[in-house]
Design a protein around this ligand. Structure first.
Ligand code: AMP
Ligand code: TRP
Length: 335
């Protein structure tokens, strides 16, 4: 099954991120931080999913710049391009090709049930593209092309992962063992960082106002100001209590940036006010993001550098994707 990786080979991890909007601490705490921490344990492949980005309208110049920005931020956050492949989805044509093939095996009803499609299409009304509807099939292709064992993502991608497994199983049942069945890896804490202004909804690149997200490239004074304005409640106690969305979210962000345990955090803020929590959190986030911002500045002094890393990574992983695609084509009698 899969490629010829023997028993001794590391398991493969694959994940993706869209080059749209600004990368925020939800992306970082829910996904990127984990991608960094598992690099030596697994054989990791991370993809800047530009073909997913165009499922909604994009400005060409902005998109081009965002592809570099996201790749640069992943490296600045600690992804080591020597060890781990970071590539752009459109550089490997097998993603589009497998998507077409899998389209022919995907029941429309499965796609109609996808909650992310329902939410996004609600906002776009009659402008919704076929591409947006097909988004999960492209995502399944990304994952299945690399014989992926594990997919580290935030909570919002859980349904897409279940879809991927169902589709792989359906194909394998007809054509024999072709695809490896991937497992989702969703963190216990931080899988759903909420918006600062509206803490009942996830922090999102495309929803909510400016003050709802903390972006990885936000300057320190902006970060502090956004945290100061974050929605809280009229109670006073600073405790981890999921029913108090605003305070819980701020405490989770504090926990993930400091690595302190919950008991210690509650003790630290015992008898203190929300202003104290917000001031301290502001410092913690500013200091937590500082090394990423510094490294990002250095990395992007030469814009060609990131482009060449993306090209090299695509060359490295393309043979894996092509091998799986060939197996699929052989199985169905084309190519
Ligand atoms: P996207 O920006 O949609 O491409 O997401 C990239 C990664 O960040 C995915 O693994 C998402 O599940 C994760 N992610 C996005 N928003 C959040 C959030 N608010 N909390 C935790 N993880 C998130
Ligand atoms: N849909 C994912 C998101 O919006 C991005 C993505 C595309 C992805 N392809 C993937 C994530 C493959 C994991 C694996 O976050």
């Amino acid at each position: 099954m899969g490629d010829k990786r023997g028993e001794m080979k590391k398991k493969r991890v694959f994940s993706g991120i869209q080059p749209t909007g600004d990368i925020h601490i939800g992306n970082y705490l829910g996904a990127i931080k984990h991608w960094v921490s598992i690099q030596s344990e697994f054989d990791c492949v991370y993809c800047v999913v530009d073909l997913h980005a165009i499922t909604i309208p994009q400005d060409p110049k902005v998109l081009k710049a965002k592809i570099r920005e996201v790749a640069g931020l992943l490296i600045a956050a600690g992804i080591d391009p020597e060890q781990t492949a970071i590539f752009a989805q459109s550089h490997i044509t097998a993603h589009s090709e497998l998507t077409w093939i899998l389209n022919c095996f995907t029941p429309m009803g499965w796609l109609q049930r996808m909650t992310q499609f329902k939410e996004k299409s609600e906002r776009q009304k009659e402008k919704v593209s076929v591409g947006l509807f097909d988004y999960p099939v492209l995502m399944a292709s990304d994952i299945l092309l690399y014989d992926t064992d594990l997919v580290p993502v935030g909570e919002d991608q859980k349904q897409h992962l279940e879809f991927t497994r169902d589709l792989a199983q359906r194909f394998n049942a007809v054509y024999g063992e072709t695809f490896v069945l991937p497992d989702a890896s969703i963190p216990e804490v931080g899988a759903r960082i909420m918006g600062l202004e509206n803490p009942t909804k996830k922090m999102s690149k495309s929803e909510g106002g400016e003050g709802n997200t903390i972006n990885l490239l936000d300057p320190p004074d902006i970060i502090r100001a956004k945290i100061k304005r974050a929605t809280t409640d009229s109670l006073r106690e600073i405790r981890f209590d999921e029913s108090r969305h605003g305070i819980h979210n701020l405490l989770v962000i504090y926990e993930l940036f400091t690595g302190e345990d919950r008991g210690d955090i509650e003790a630290r803020f015992e008898g203190k006010g929300y202003a104290d929590l917000k001031n301290k959190l502001g410092e913690v986030v500013v200091e937590g993001l500082r090394p990423i911002q510094t490294r990002y500045k250095e990395l992007t002094e030469d814009p060609q550098h990131i482009d060449s890393l993306l090209t090299r990574a695509a060359e490295r992983v393309r043979p894996i994707a092509e091998r799986v695609l060939k197996k699929v084509k052989d199985g169905i009698g084309i190519g």
